[in-house]
Design a protein around this ligand. Sequence first.
Ligand code: DGL
Length: 254
Amino acid sequence: MIGIFDSGAGGLSVFKEIRKILPDHHYIYYSDSAHCPYGEKTRDYIITRARTITDFLIDKGAEIIVVACNTATAAAISTLRKEYPHIPFIGMEPAVKPAAMQTRTGIIGVLATAGTLKAEKYIGTKDRFAPDAEVVEHTGDGFVELVEQGCISGEEAENTVRKSIAPLIEAGADTIVLGCTHYPFLTEVIKKVAEEIKPGHSINIIDPAPAVARHLLTVMAERDIATNSPEGFNIELHTSGDIEKLKSLYGKLK
Ligand code: DGL
């Protein structure tokens, strides 16, 4: 069984990619909706939540856990790996490396939460993989809330997205890294608004989820974890918040 967790429904963007390459697996998804968003919470707070959720997922039978949240990966994955050495953890990595390889202007935009942008893990990745690029960062203000409300198109979404992406586009970024798992659900809105801000300036948007899904498959092979379940596909949804709300978001976002 593959355990996946996030502060909310954002991790479903990662689940979607995983399901494409592991269609017949048994999944357990935990949305920490009662404590969402994680973006502005302290590192200790997120570590405590990540431990509680990890215990829950292991108790339910998870053999491998995907931390489908950039903020929780940055804050807690090293602690989880130390405290649960028998469980492999797969984390999110902001896709700065492919962005540095793909940019033509040499200017990369990174959208992520405040927690991710100030984490050592992110700063280390940026220094290592994009030393020559100019990296312009912005928090996706209100993006998580939009996705949690299932609002992924229309005027409200566009107005919210515009405020955070305008500084990136105006700075000349041609490549935008989505450094939070909620943001891929707003990709179409980001493209539309970017085109309005600078018509004809095509923007390359990079979501690390497909690479994370491939990495999961590699680790499962190394650890001898079966890549399908005899009963075929199944997903169990769990949350610290409202389960009906999560089920309806799953129906909309999956
Ligand atoms: N989806 C999360 C991430 O990837 C966290 C968003 C939040 O709770 O602030 O960072």
